[in-house]
Design a protein around this ligand. Structure first.
Ligand code: NAG
Ligand code: NAG
Ligand code: NAG
Ligand code: NAG
Length: 395
């Protein structure tokens, strides 16, 4: 039999556990996730201690920029600026780790940070940094039809990732500095059109979802290139996630009179019902093979979809009159916070279940994608979670 002292101690314990439970629901997951990344020094311009251009940092800086707009908290702006200053020389003419001859679209993801800082500070060094990255596109290698290669070392290959990394910046730079350059607008439109036509699944394909394969090889020489169209074999969630974020971010600022705007809208309309149909609360790593042994729910792609869907509905680019899109995105987001956010008890959170990499310098097979490590606090996923949280918290 419990003594009354034991009962009192027990109810005190229960009360304090309830307090902990209450305290662990943050006012804003966007702020909690961003502050946790900042506390860990993520996205600060350093990679293994060396100033290095990095698309993950660019993605996180984009998220912090939106968070700064929402909160007005200047700490986020300062963090973006200090990350950019770490990689950019004082005159803005060199960038740590950047070598134009590699022709990596990935590096251009930092471009929006430079244009943003130029607008906010008026400091010419950021304009020089922006120009340096934009200049890469003048000589960037292309397929015969005009698609930028994903990198110099991947001959004739277009990857979905590259649209988010390179083409959003190409369009943003054009919008900001050369709005009358119709050649540039048309060129970005060509990039989206070619990428979509060459990677979209057709109904006769095995494991048809109607979404986009990870990439294609216009020369049909990659080990994974399909004999009919040169596409890679699987639909990988993060590649489609990059693509969706690119479509929605582009639609937000590309003038509606541009063909590019119409193309992005048409693609968004075609892809969204297909994406919704593949939601199993959240999305599988290899979307083409739901439930197959070794496949799993992956967090970075899921967070990218939540951000894209909610933002597209909020801005009126998707009609959600039956509420299905927001319902799906909300359910996915709630799964995310219940399963992939862990409270460290020291004021920070961990972000779980993001696959570290998926690349096409491999055989691009199901076995390849599922064999890649799951990374704790992977910035590609954490930044996407900040973006998803910002949209969810606007609902
Ligand atoms: C602004 O954000 C920082 C963390 O990045 C935080 O320490 C600080 O308390 C915030 N300031 C306000 C006024 O919310
Ligand atoms: C830049 O990249 C090219 C192509 O990969 C390479 O040949 C060259 O050595 C690199 N330059 C430096 C300074 O690393
Ligand atoms: C317009 O864009 C094209 C394609 O990127 C580029 O070659 C050209 O230099 C740009 N023109 C101007 C005036 O900036
Ligand atoms: C389709 O998916 C099944 C399992 O879900 C898999 O065994 C098969 O290899 C896939 N086919 C192709 C062409 O990817």
């Amino acid at each position: 039999m419990f003594s009354s002292i034991k009962v009192a101690a027990l109810s005190l314990l229960v009360a304090s556990l309830l307090d902990v439970a209450k305290a662990s629901v943050p006012a804003s997951y966007a702020i909690w996730a961003a502050d946790s990344g900042i506390a860990r020094g993520q996205g600060n311009g350093l990679v293994n201690g060396t100033p290095t251009v990095s698309y993950e940092h660019g993605e996180f800086q984009w998220a912090l920029r939106l968070l700064y707009e929402v909160t007005g908290n200047g700490s986020y702006f300062d963090y973006i600026k200090s990350g950019a200053d770490t990689i950019l020389s004082d005159d803005g003419t060199t960038i740590g780790g950047y070598n134009v001859s590699e022709y990596q679209l990935d590096h251009l993801r930092v471009g929006p940070t430079f244009t943003y800082l130029y607008d906010q500070t008026g400091d010419a060094k950021y304009k020089n940094g922006a120009d340096l990255l934009r200049a890469q596109l003048h000589t960037h290698p292309r397929t015969p039809a005009g698609q930028f290669w994903h990198m110099q070392q991947f001959f004739n290959q277009g990857w979905l990732d590259g649209v988010y990394m390179g083409d959003v910046y190409y369009a943003e730079y054009t919008n900001r500095f050369e709005p009358e350059n119709q050649t540039a607008w048309n060129d970005v439109n060509l990039q989206l059109s070619l990428m979509y036509e060459n990677t979209v699944q057709t109904p006769s394909d095995a494991n048809y979802t109607g979404l986009l394969y990870h990439g294609y090889d216009a020369s049909f020489t990659a080990i994974w290139a399909s004999p009919d169209r040169g596409h890679s074999p699987e639909v990988w969630d993060r590649a489609v996630g990059w693509y969706f974020m690119a479509l929605v971010d582009l639609l937000e600022f590309v003038p509606p009179t541009q063909e590019l705007h119409k193309t992005a809208l048409k693609q968004l309309h075609a892809l969204t019902p297909k994406l919704i149909a593949q939601a199993d609360s959240v999305w599988w790593l290899v979307i083409t093979e739901p439930g197959r042994d070794g496949n799993y729910f992956e967090s970075s792609g899921t967070a990218m979809f939540v951000y894209s869907l909610l933002k597209a509905v909020r801005l009126g680019f998707l009609d959600d009159s039956n509420g299905n899109i927001v319902t799906t995105a909300k359910a996915a987001y709630e799964y995310t916070i219940d399963n992939w956010v862990a409270d460290n008890g020291d004021g920070t959170m961990n972000w779980e279940a993001t696959v570290i990499v998926g690349a096409l310098d491999t055989d691009g097979s199901f076995d390849y994608y599922i064999s890649q490590a799951i990374n704790l606090n992977d910035l590609k996923g954490l930044a996407a979670f900040v973006l998803a949280s910002i949209e969810y918290e606007k609902l």
